[in-house]
Design a binder for this molecule. Structure first.
Ligand code: ATR
Length: 273
């Protein structure tokens, strides 16, 4: 390996990833000399490829679908937020040779909501749709923002109850099925289901959307997801794609690796443009 510090994103598939572009802009902006590459690795090759990357002098990896749980098992030490999420999206080789696993997804969402979108989450009634890995990553950092109530609703109710129970010591969190959602307008509704990826939307009652409801989809793309289009048609006050979360989680990883925090706004403007 050459003497430029090596980073990358490992996933499967990963060709669509915007991470090399984002980290390239961060590096330019902060004057850091790094290489950042895409690694398309199937699940059965994940452990040997990660081991090989770090044995070869690699400094850090972002980890994406479907490897976030495997990365949590690979890391020697987990940050508290990665332990909570039971998933790792950032691996860092420490100077002493320890492989650290972190999860920057939730803090990325929290920063996008609070700093970029100017939403004061404290006291709000927050509804998360979905109870998979994406939800696990965001519940802890959302509870840190002190919402008045946080409900996790899932197509499979039992899964939502299990996830909620595992965060119950951190704040007022409940789990339920879609049909049990309190049919009143919520302040903030976050779609963390995988439905957008398949071109669908979670089948929830329009009663959850009111004139002051802000909706957020963890998915991102050039057009609104079916969930956001539906929410706007039902009269939501705002509808946001996950671009800001993507850039903010990347900035947090970059900060962990390089000790410098890049400006996210200019990068977000380029991506959204
Ligand atoms: P991720 O890591 O993206 O969260 P996951 O762990 O496989 O992926 O979880 C996918 C989530 O999306 C689950 O909450 C799933 O609901 P179920 O637990 O009932 O399967 C949800 N999901 C996927 N497709 C959906 C759809 N069309 N409508 C509603 N929820 C959906």
């Amino acid at each position: 390996m050459d003497d430029i510090d090596q980073y990358g994103v490992i996933g499967h598939p990963v060709a669509h990833s915007r991470s090399p572009f984002i980290h390239g802009l961060f590096a330019k902006q902060t004057g850091q000399r790094i290489a950042y590459r895409l690694y398309d690795v199937p699940p059965e090759e994940f452990v040997p490829r990660v081991t090989g990357f770090f044995e070869g002098g690699g400094r850090g990896l972002n980890v994406t679908v479907p490897h976030k749980q495997a990365a949590a098992s690979c890391a020697q030490v987990l940050t508290p937020r990665a332990t909570q999420a039971r998933a790792v999206n950032t691996l860092k080789m420490e100077a002493d040779g320890t492989l650290l696993g972190d999860n920057t997804d939730g803090v990325g969402l929290a920063r996008d909501l609070t700093r970029n979108l100017g939403i004061v989450v404290a006291g709000l009634k927050v509804l998360i749709l979905g109870a998979g890995g994406a939800t696990r990553g965001i519940v802890g950092p959302l509870l840190d923002l002190a919402p008045g109530a946080l409900t996790i609703a899932n197509r499979t109710a039992e899964r939502a109850r299990v996830v909620a129970a595992s965060f119950a010591d951190l704040g007022p969190v409940k789990g339920c099925g879609f049909h049990e959602i309190d049919a009143q307008p919520w302040d903030l509704v976050i779609n963390a289901t995988a439905a957008s990826l398949a071109g669908g939307r979670p089948d929830v009652t329009p009663a959850i959307i009111g004139a002051n409801t802000i909706c957020y989809d963890l998915a991102y793309g050039q057009a609104a997801t079916p969930f956001l289009s539906w929410a706007l048609a039902e009269g939501a006050a705002g509808a946001h794609l996950g671009w800001g979360m993507l850039v903010e989680q990347a900035a947090e990883s970059f900060h962990l690796w390089r000790g410098v925090r890049p400006e996210t706004r200019p990068v977000l403007e380029v991506l959204r443009g």
